[in-house]
Design a protein around this ligand. Structure first.
Ligand code: NAD
Ligand code: UGA
Length: 440
């Protein structure tokens, strides 16, 4: 059993804290957001994440997991101090390190004995060295410490499972002994552990996210070509994915990537490259392709509704940036809803969990209690998030409720032929032959 502190109780922090407590350690989660900490103490989760409440509450009851806003309390007995605060995009696309800097200063001021600082936030290459300098500079008197980079690879919506079953643990440090100690902490997860230097570990995180984003933009480019040439991108992806060198994952064409990470991390990597005089050509193309997806969908809907969206009632199926989360950060639904509104459409939406979060961001959108109420009198439905519960809707009922029968499937979750047989005008994205055949 080790004493661990996790600084930041957002998506990464709370999951890290819960999982290390579950592995039998004594963990304190610290955040400067008092309301969040008060709620956590009462078992109220700050986010919707499947399985989170159960694992947090169980470990709190077992006395292994607690929460505080006090750095002094959190660092009193801590041996391993994880940092999991946000690193959002700055004005020029660079990662904004103000939260990491504030944490480093607080650690320096409150540490009372040697500890290992482990950075889980996604930070620009070189940040580990910078954090070490800040801690040294702000310590009232010198106390030894080490900095280890341990990038996090979890996905929202499956964060607990991802954290408990990682594909790999990457550790980077100039202090091999510290990295070995952090490796010991991760042994129960039974994943391959790679120890490298600080900068390389930091780069592995950006390169991994940028590669996954590249796969998505690649398949979206292929989707555009499929439409022009009359092929079905969904089947193209299946056929490609059988090749083990390619793999089936991250080849789902659609609205492109959103969320709190891919957009900001691809931008930050491109910024890092440009800052050093390198031209990030591929990354620029990845971002450009992704940026085209949202307006493209609005234009397509306009086309399907006769060239004018004014007065048309459009229902959005899904608001969250992906299923199984209520995270609205850079969700495609935000841009799409705003563009539809600007074009004069009356926008409704239904999402199983993200409507509260979305209502604050999208006051122009009317939130509906279920997909059927949303379909009542609607001219078109647009699939924005591929929630499982949308996959088997009663389309006969929906058809009878809608005013006109247009479905634009931004996530390619439906069978074009089946919906066309029911009398819908259906289009997916990149479904040239199957989609176009239905249209014609
Ligand atoms: P988040 O915004 O959900 O949470 C950050 C938390 O840090 C907030 O609760 C905030 O109050 C707290 N905080 C800010 N300043 C603080 C301070 N000085 N002291 C203590 N707490 C402070 O962020 P997130 O989504 O968990 O992301 C955190 C980092 O992890 C980012 O760098 C992100 O890129 C990376 N990451 C995120 C995910 C993900 O799925 N969200 C996955 C992998 C990596
Ligand atoms: C992503 C990575 O998958 C995680 O490994 C990483 O830790 C995390 O970013 C991070 O650094 O924060 P996440 O953003 O939670 O995780 O979700 P993903 O499942 O990767 O989806 C990201 C976006 O890409 C979503 O908008 C999703 O709809 C879209 N996507 C995903 C596609 O459009 N097509 C696909 O084939 C896959």
């Amino acid at each position: 059993m080790k004493n661990i502190t996790v600084i930041g109780t957002g998506y990464v922090g709370i999951v890290t804290a819960a999982v290390f407590a579950d592995l039998g350690n004594r963990v304190i989660g610290l955040d400067i957001n008092e309301e969040k900490i008060e709620n956590l103490k009462r078992g109220i989760m700050p986010i919707y994440e499947p399985g989170l409440e159960e694992i947090v509450c169980r470990n709190m009851r077992a006395g292994r997991l607690s929460f505080t806003t006090s750095y002094a309390e959190a660092l009193k007995e801590c041996e391993f101090c994880f940092i999991g605060v946000g690193t959002p995009s700055g004005v020029d696309g660079e990662a904004d390190l103000q939260y990491v800097e504030a944490v480093a200063i607080s650690i320096a001021k409150h540490m009372t004995h040697p500890l290992i600082i482990i950075n889980k936030s996604t930070v620009p290459v070189g940040t580990g060295d910078w954090v070490a300098e800040i801690v040294k500079k702000h310590q009232p008197s010198p106390i030894p410490f080490s900095v280890v980079s341990c990038p996090e690879f979890l996905r929202e919506g499956s964060a607990i499972a991802d954290c408990l079953n990682p594909h790999r643990t990457v550790l980077g440090s100039l202090d091999r002994e510290a990295a070995e100690k952090v490796a010991q902490l991760h042994l129960p997860l039974r994943a391959p552990i790679m120890i490298t230097d600080l900068r390389t570990a930091e780069m592995i995180k950006y390169a991994s996210n940028a590669f996954l984003a590249t796969k998505i933009s690649f398949i979206n480019e292929i989707a555009n070509i499929c439409e022009a040439l009359g092929a079905d991108v969904k089947e193209v992806a299946v056929g490609m994915g059988y090749d083990k060198r390619i793999g089936p994952q991250f080849l789902e064409a659609g609205l492109g990537y959103g969320g709190s990470c891919f957009p900001k991390d691809v931008k930050a990597l491109a910024y890092m490259a440009a800052e050093k005089g390198r031209h990030p050509q591929l990354l620029e193309a990845v971002m450009a392709i992704n940026n085209d997806r949202r307006p493209m969908v609005v234009n397509r809907l306009k086309e399907m509704l006769g060239g004018d969206l004014r007065g048309k009632v459009v229902g959005l199926l899904g608001l969250a940036f992906k299923p199984n989360t209520d995270d609205m950060r850079d969700a495609p639904s935000i841009d799409i809803a705003r563009m539809l509104d600007e074009n004069g459409a009356i926008v409704r939406a239904y999402d199983p969990v993200a409507m509260d979060a979305a209502a604050a961001i999208l006051p122009e959108v009317k939130m509906m209690p279920d997909p059927y109420t949303m379909a009542d009198g609607a001219d078109a439905l647009v699939v924005v998030t591929d929630w499982n519960e949308f996959k088997n809707l009663d389309f006969e009922r929906i058809r009878d409720l809608m005013r006109t029968h247009v479905i634009l499937d931004g996530r390619n979750i439906y069978d074009p032929a089946a919906l066309s047989e029911l009398g819908f005008r259906y289009r997916g994205l990149g479904r040239g032959y199957n989609g176009a055949r239905v249209e014609e």
